[in-house]
Design a protein. Structure first.
Length: 87
């Protein structure tokens, strides 16, 4: 039974990692709501034993922001240390 549980966790982890890699802003979605969605996803990944660093999360958020926020995202990337930031 333990082996099956590990396989289920591994499968769930892979599914959530895929979801993390494919996450995008929905039409009209606010940055606050997107932050809640991505934090929820990261929490579930961490519960399954996946280490997701804050820098990776920040880079992902900045990579998928809507066009109207791209200049702000570029400025954040250039001026701040993403590895020390949290969403």
């Amino acid at each position: 039974m333990r082996v099956r549980e590990d396989r289920v966790k591994a499968t769930n982890r892979q599914h959530l990692l895929k979801e993390f890699e494919n996450i995008k802003f929905k039409d009209g979605e606010s940055i606050d709501y997107f932050a809640v969605r991505i934090n929820s996803l990261v929490s579930r990944l961490r519960e399954l034993g996946e280490e997701v660093k804050n820098g990776r999360i920040m880079r992902k958020v900045l990579r998928v922001v809507p066009k109207k926020w791209k200049q702000v995202a570029v400025s954040i990337e250039m001026l701040l240390d993403l590895d020390t930031m949290s969403i």
